[in-house]
Design a protein. Structure first.
Length: 116
């Protein structure tokens, strides 16, 4: 990546599954795994609500964030394939998503309504 990366920010990565609602090139109702790249201040806690809002703004519903992490400072130099563009976009614009083509089933739910 050729631009200067602000040392006061870092990229948080959120893995999720969400339901397409008004998403171009996706059938409404299909659930897809996705990654949300979110630029946050250095040392900030994971912001699950902000990550889910990024997905909802892109036309996704029922956003279920399953994992969250922080990318290392050299992640841009190591990024390959489909990860390069959303990583750079998150630095430039604050957020980006990578949606996988796979359609997945909803998580099983226990008798008390919680995902198992």
């Amino acid at each position: 990546m050729s631009s200067v990366i602000p040392v006061s920010d870092q990229i948080h990565l959120y893995a999720a599954v969400a339901c397409a609602h008004t998403v171009p090139d996706r059938r409404a109702g299909d659930r897809h795994p996705l990654l949300v790249f979110l630029r946050q201040p250095l040392g900030a806690a994971h912001d699950l609500a902000a990550a889910a809002a990024v997905a909802r703004a892109a036309g996704w519903t029922e956003v279920d964030i399953t994992r969250a992490g922080i990318l290392p400072p050299d992640a841009g130099a190591q990024a390959q394939g489909p990860y390069v563009e959303p990583y750079g976009t998150a630095w430039r614009d604050g957020a980006a998503m990578l949606v996988y083509d796979a359609v997945v089933a909803p998580a099983p739910v226990s008798d008390d309504g919680r995902a198992t």
